[in-house]
Ligand binder design. Structure first.
Ligand code: SAM
Length: 280
């Protein structure tokens, strides 16, 4: 299905990036789109008013957040169907990324309505490029579960992923998360990117234990974790295959991935894996 974004007179849902701390990180285009929007839906209207006032944006503003999205979705769809140009913003960064908006995107697409992104800051990818950890491939995970048991299970599923991992984390949970991370991943290299774009911006780089020694740390933070290295996979390739299958890979895809990481023949690895499974 193809939908052109900018057909004249047609409805459109704009997903507009806003700054993650420094008000100056607003693009000219974001200001223009918000000024011309028939209505702006914001996660927290009080927060957004500060930004909108700063840029003299006086478009109509209404709330759209986690707790009223079911209720508001129908209204928003009807507005779009009537030809309105709507903009979605969140408290910081890109809407939809660990923020509300995904349901609206799906709903708009299902109804053949154009969705367009107005790019700008996002904490995860901004932290990644300055972290010094491999920028590609990466896995953006967002927030781990707040419940300890679920969080540990999530980390177990991620421990053999070779990509750099990006997590959002709250300052009051970072101690527990690092303790779980150390227990499950071992003492990997990590980066805590804090207060990005603000006066007290800081990157703390080191092993998990080194970063634990400087806690507590306040402020908004992104936690980046070095990917699983080949040596770890080599120690236990069959376990790694099982891990990937648990993540949703088909067995032959999982074997192919691990073989690639080990620079080994996938048919040989398949035989090893069969033996391992038969022994179990
Ligand atoms: N939509 C946002 C984005 O595109 O980055 C993320 C919103 S999420 C609700 C908020 C989390 O993003 C924070 O808990 C923190 O982990 C991260 N974050 C947001 N602003 C940040 C900043 N200035 N410095 C570090 N992390 C930040």
């Amino acid at each position: 299905m193809r939908i052109r974004s900018f057909d004249k007179g047609k409805a459109i849902l704009f997903l507009v990036a806003t700054p993650i701390g420094n008000l100056a990180d607003m693009t000219f285009r974001a200001v223009e789109v918000l000024k011309n929007a028939d209505k702006i839906y914001a996660e927290d209207t009080r927060n957004s008013l500060v930004l909108l006032k700063h840029y003299n944006i006086s478009s109509k503003l209404e709330s759209y957040h986690e707790f009223n999205q079911e209720l508001k979705s129908e209204q928003i769809l009807n507005e779009l169907k009537s030809g309105m140009k709507l903009a979605i913003i969140s408290d910081a960064g890109l809407p939809v990324i660990s923020d509300p908006g995904f349901k609206l995107v799906q709903m708009a697409i299902e109804n053949d309505i154009a969705v367009s992104t107005i790019p700008g800051a996002s904490a995860g990818i901004s932290a990644l490029i300055a972290s010094g950890l491999a920028p590609m491939p990466y896995t953006f995970y967002g927030f781990l579960d707040a419940k300890a048991s679920k969080r540990k299970q999530e980390l177990e599923e991620l421990k053999y992923v070779s990509h750099t991992l990006i997590f959002y984390e709250a300052p009051h949970r970072i101690e527990d998360t690092l303790a779980d991370l150390l227990a499950i991943f071992g003492n990997r290299q990590i980066v805590l990117a804090r207060e990005l774009t603000k006066t007290f911006e800081e990157y703390a780089r080191g092993t998990i234990e080194e970063i634990q020694s400087i806690l507590p740390l306040k402020g908004e933070m992104v936690l980046l974790v070095d990917g699983c290295k080949e040596e770890i996979i080599l120690d236990d390739p069959c376990k790694k295959i099982d891990e990937l299958i648990a993540l949703g890979y088909k067995p032959n895809e999982a074997i192919k991935e691990v073989a690639k990481a080990m620079h080994t023949n996938k048919n040989e690895l398949y035989q090893t894996y069969l033996l391992y499974k038969n022994k179990k």
